[in-house]
Structure formats: structure tokens, C-alpha cells
Design a protein around this ligand. Structure first.
Ligand SMILES: [Zn+2]
Length: 82
């Protein structure tokens, strides 16, 4: 098995790319159009997100909790009215 470093797209939150060591044959299969879940059946949702979009799970969680906080603030605003 030959390993190669794969550079992910830039994360939309922190704008950083990540380097992931992967089997070069697997990368070829994936880039050749095979579904990511077929190439890496045991991959976690976080890792799949990282490979496909570059979004880190911590960044994703941060964005999600920020969005949730905004939603809660908006609901409070609606309840309180003016
Ligand atoms: Zn990030």
C-alpha cells in the first residue's frame, strides 16, 4: 500500500486546509467517481465531511452552536416583543 498526503479543501470557517494521509489507491478510486462511503466504509461522518468539504468537526460544532445561539436569541426576541 502506498500512502500519500491528501490536501482537503479550505475549511469555510477557519479557511485552513488539512493534510490527511490516505492510501493512494483509495484516493484514485474516490477521485475517479466512486462514492466516498464505498471507498472508506468505516469512515466517521466528521472525517467524511473533512475530506469532502474541508470543514473541521470543531469548526462545524462552533458554527452550529453559534447558529443555535442566534436562533435562541431570536426566539427570545419574538417572545418578549417590544
Ligand atoms: Zn476549520
Amino acid at each position: 500500500m502506498t500512502k500519500r498526503m491528501f490536501t482537503t479543501p479550505a475549511c469555510i470557517s477557519c479557511h485552513k486546509t488539512s493534510e490527511v494521509e490516505l492510501d493512494s489507491k483509495d484516493v484514485e478510486r474516490w477521485q475517479g467517481g466512486e462514492l466516498i462511503q464505498n471507498v472508506w466504509p468505516d469512515i466517521s461522518a466528521e472525517d467524511r465531511e473533512l475530506l469532502m468539504t474541508g470543514i473541521h468537526s470543531i469548526c462545524w460544532n462552533a458554527m452550529f452552536s453559534e447558529a443555535a445561539e442566534e436562533a435562541v436569541a431570536f426566539i427570545d426576541f419574538l417572545i418578549e416583543g417590544d
